[in-house]
Design a protein around this ligand. Structure first.
Ligand code: ZN
Length: 232
């Protein structure tokens, strides 16, 4: 049995959650699962429909994007995952989808404002939208550069990947991450829900105010603070 069996299984299971959660169409989207001690991650192969996936079809890649094990071609977004794993030492799972509402905000190149407590339970800031990539980045090593676009956007806002586990890439779509692949998938579903709620909020009242600071703090702390007591 492959020494990578654990991450192949967890990457497979996490990938299979995407269509179930309504986050992907056809072969769009990918999840990867990292093994930090081995310095590799398992990722979905490129272009294989979800109902034909199996743990054995997952491709093992190192943090430079080089395939280590597997006969299929890894997802076309593999280099973005590799760059983020290489620079973000505590991340164990990464998800990329083109889920409808989050992608709509990305296409509008707009941060998702923090309008309510659902958002505040997970993030204390607007969900950042990285600027669209410039021509040189797109014409160069596009997927590799996408990783840098994500890291640069967080850095420009003085945000850490450990506090904000989701981002939109302008004109493209969302990326989410977490300590485990399951947490990254969870974040992907949460992001889509927040994006949909924020869209509807703006439709109902275009000048809806941001959530007040005291509620942002209250909701985040009760779920994540040292005295967290939240469990719905
Ligand atoms: Zn994409």
């Amino acid at each position: 049995m492959s020494k990578y069996q654990d991450i192949k299984e967890s990457a497979y299971k996490a990938n299979m959650q995407l269509p179930r959660l309504g986050l992907v169409l056809f072969t769009f989207g990918n999840v990867s699962a990292a093994d930090r001690s081995l310095g590799v991650f398992a990722i979905k192969p490129s272009g294989v429909p979800y109902d034909e996936l199996s743990p054995d079809k997952m491709v093992i890649v190192d943090f430079d994007g080089k395939t280590v094990e597997g006969s299929l071609r890894p997802s076309s977004d593999t280099l973005t995952h590799a760059v983020l794993y290489k620079h973000w030492e505590t991340v164990g799972g990464i998800v990329h989808t083109h889920s409808t509402y989050a992608t709509a905000w990305a296409q509008a190149q707009t941060d998702i404002p923090i309008f309510g407590t659902t958002h505040a339970d997970h993030n204390t800031v607007d969900i950042p939208c990285a600027p669209p990539m410039d021509d040189a980045m797109i014409q160069g090593d596009y997927e590799y550069q996408t990783g840098f676009q994500i890291m640069n956007a967080l850095q420009a806002r003085d945000l850490s990947y450990t506090e904000v586990e989701m981002i939109l890439v302008g004109n493209h779509a969302p990326f989410t991450w977490g300590k485990t692949p399951d947490k990254a998938v969870y974040n992907s579903a949460v992001l889509e829900s927040i994006a949909q709620m924020a869209y509807l909020t703006r439709q109902i009242r275009p000048d809806s105010p941001r959530l007040q600071d005291s509620l942002i703090k209250k909701h985040f702390d009760r779920k994540h603070g040292p005295h967290s007591y939240y469990g719905q």
